[in-house]
Design a protein around this ligand. Structure first.
Ligand code: CA
Ligand code: CA
Ligand code: CA
Ligand code: CA
Length: 446
């Protein structure tokens, strides 16, 4: 098997929500857990280490500007890529019900909104931008769960050309798309591939129950698209799958599972998928869910970390590479808090990546929006210092994006604030629509 990250124009993004909401019980203090992996056998040692973990908190309030609104309750994907090849990255937003949108970046840095497709929607409406076919023009890949299709959109000649990639079966929720080069397990031939993390619901004596977590590897072969499916009954959703490629290790595919929470590497060897479990945390509440992951160097030593948002007890974790495997540092434990997304970028231009998270109160069934935050974490040499980028009092952001939109090497940071809603009887009313915010003075170069 060959697994490699393919290059793409701008790092795409991901985000999400969950389908249930339960208040969770109070947890203990943050701990550091060490995971050691050796010789194909997982050796799990949870050691509480002292003196080198955790967070310090300092509050700051940065300015922001609303660059766009969408008349929808939700928008869980905001991605960046130069869709029209004019040298300026554009933003693509996939709203839950009101379609797929592009915000063309104009020469003056402003954004002009255009609808790409009204007939595209989904609970997550997962979107990803990359030049998978390598022709120099990016494609927009969209999992339109409502229309049961993964589609690609290519901008040429002044309009979007829409193509079916693969159908999505009924009763699936697509949570994430990424890409990489993956070998076909049958033939060994390596193809540019999309990695699609899903939940599926299966008929259990007449009622629909969550089935095994599902990864679909969608391969761009010479004979068209081909799907390779991997299922894991240990979890009931893969919230994300990414290429895992670290020096000194056999590459593979990294997955984050929920219920159970499981961080795994998959490699196809000897005719079957082999798994390596890196982390299997229990947070002490009803659910254990890994929600989002990003790979990037957030400590400035040139070695990538795995930065993980969990959906339970507000936990954020950074896995740091050691000679033996991975040290996993947990931080930010807070009861009754969901963390929806993590994003990595150097927003202040000092050459060190910061990372960002979007915690909120648990999702409510009441129809009323719940408050949340955008936090920034910056490594100071011994710990991650947490600061507040945004406080949402009447709604919150699940989706954030850090991408260099003006080519100065500094990432711009965006959040997508969900609509503020109220419930009158059975009807949920939008008071303030979805707003895409940009934080101006984080980078100093808005
Ligand atoms: Ca452009
Ligand atoms: Ca590092
Ligand atoms: Ca920085
Ligand atoms: Ca920039």
């Amino acid at each position: 098997m060959v697994y490699m990250e393919t290059s793409f124009t701008v790092r795409p993004r991901a985000a999400g929500l969950d389908w249930d909401a339960k208040p969770l019980s109070m947890m203990g203090k943050e701990t550091m857990k060490r995971l050691t992996m050796g010789a194909g056998l997982l050796v799990l040692a949870m050691l509480v280490l002292s003196g080198c973990g955790g967070t310090a908190v300092e509050t700051k309030d940065d300015g922001s500007v609303v660059i766009a609104e969408l008349d929808d309750k939700q928008c869980r994907f905001l991605c960046a890529g130069d869709v029209n090849n004019d040298g300026r990255p554009d933003l693509v937003a996939a709203a839950m019900k009101s379609g797929l949108w592009i915000f063309w970046q104009e020469a003056d840095g402003s954004y002009r909104r255009e609808q790409i497709d009204a007939d595209s929607s989904g609970y997550e409406h997962t979107t990803y931008i990359t030049d998978l076919d390598g022709d120099g023009t990016v494609e927009i890949y969209v999992a339109a769960d409502d229309q049961r299709e993964v589609r690609s959109y290519v901008y040429q000649g002044g309009s979007f050309e829409k193509s079916l990639v693969v159908p999505i079966p009924p009763d699936h929720i697509t949570w994430n798309l990424t890409c990489g080069a993956v070998a076909d397990p049958e033939t060994g031939t390596t193809w540019p591939s999309l990695l699609m993390g899903q939940a599926q619901f299966v008929d259990d004596n007449g009622s629909m129950k969550p089935g095994p977590a599902k990864l679909v590897i969608i391969q761009m072969t010479d004979d068209g698209w081909k799907e390779v499916v991997l299922e894991d009954p240990v979890s009931n959703v893969f919230h994300k799958a990414m290429i895992y490629d670290f020096e000194g290790e056999e590459p593979g595919i990294l997955t984050i599972g929920a219920n159970q929470a499981a961080l795994k590497i998959w490699r196809h060897q000897d005719g079957a998928w082999q798994e390596t479990l890196l982390w299997n945390p229990v947070f002490g509440g009803k659910w254990d869910r890994l929600r989002d992951i990003e790979i990037g160097d957030v400590t400035g030593d040139g070695i990538d970390e795995l930065v993980i948002a969990t959906h339970d007890q507000g936990v954020v974790a950074v896995a740091m590479r050691t000679d033996e495997g991975w040290d996993i540092m947990e931080m930010s434990r807070m009861p009754s808090t969901f963390v929806h997304e993590v994003e990595i970028g150097d927003v202040d231009g000092d050459g060190l990546n910061e990372f960002f998270t979007t915690p909120s109160e648990p999702n409510k069934a009441s129809g009323h929006s719940q408050p949340g935050h955008v936090y920034m974490y910056k490594w100071n040499g011994t710990e991650f210092v947490q600061s507040v980028v945004d406080d949402f009092e009447t709604s919150h952001a699940k989706e954030i994006l850090a991408a260099d939109m003006n080519g100065d090497g500094i990432s711009e940071l965006f959040s997508v604030m969900e609509a503020r809603t109220t419930k009158e009887g059975k009807k949920v009313e939008i008071v303030v629509p979805v707003q895409i915010k940009q934080y101006l003075d984080l980078a100093g170069t808005p």
